[in-house]
Design a protein around this ligand. Structure first.
Ligand code: GLV
Ligand code: MN
Length: 195
């Protein structure tokens, strides 16, 4: 989904004071082999959180060598029963492969049609750009997946956090009307997220 690159590479200078639509390149003379390798996905993510899952990102912000190349990856770790909650990526389609465990992978289309399947090690999925999706660990033990994107910065709109923990908060009236519930339900949800 990103524009095509205009040169071999453009390792991001994340500290540059100006950026238009992306990051400027650091000088080629300062570029080293290390700019093209990244070990940030080698360690298991900490799944001790309300969702029991952790997404570790290898996007341009974490791995500046990806800048302008239109690709990125994540590592997603799941505790037993863990959920990577419903979210969408505004700038990329996603493909993924299960490495360990058993995951229920699902997405919902713009016409509110739900597609899902339970996958185990070696099996793949694809999430069309922008659609709301999740992965739920339905196996006995922990689970692990790697995902790949056609953007160096796919972005992630995590629906429960977006709607219930924004800064500043959305007006209660919006949420009570949208979900047809009372304010105490909204406050109950927020308190689970520490808001
Ligand atoms: C999984 O959905 C991910 O965004 O890595
Ligand atoms: Mn995703």
């Amino acid at each position: 989904a990103d524009p095509d690159p205009l040169q071999d590479f453009c390792v991001a200078d994340l500290s540059a004071s100006e950026a238009v639509n992306g990051f400027p390149c650091k000088p080629v003379s300062n570029t080293t082999a290390d700019d093209f390798f990244f070990d940030g996905l080698s360690k298991q993510g900490n799944t001790s959180n309300v969702f029991g899952a952790m997404v570790t990102t290898a996007n341009v912000l974490a791995f500046p060598g990806l800048n302008t190349l239109g690709i990125a990856m994540n590592r997603v770790d799941f505790a037993p029963g863990g959920l990577n909650p419903p979210h969408s990526h505004p700038r990329a389609s996603e493909s993924g492969v299960v490495i360990e465990g058993k995951l229920l992978v699902g997405f919902v289309t713009t016409r509110n049609v739900y597609y899902s399947k339970v996958l185990s090690a070696g099996q793949m999925f694809v999430i069309p750009r922008g659609l709301v999706h999740f992965q739920l660990n339905v196996g006995e033990g922990k689970a692990l997946a790697f995902t790949a994107f056609n953007s160096h910065l796919p972005g992630s709109v995590v629906l429960p956090l977006n709607l219930f923990t924004s800064t500043p908060l959305l007006p209660d009236q919006v949420l009570t009307k949208a979900f047809q519930v009372d304010e105490d339900v909204i406050n109950g949800i927020r308190s689970k997220f520490g808001v």
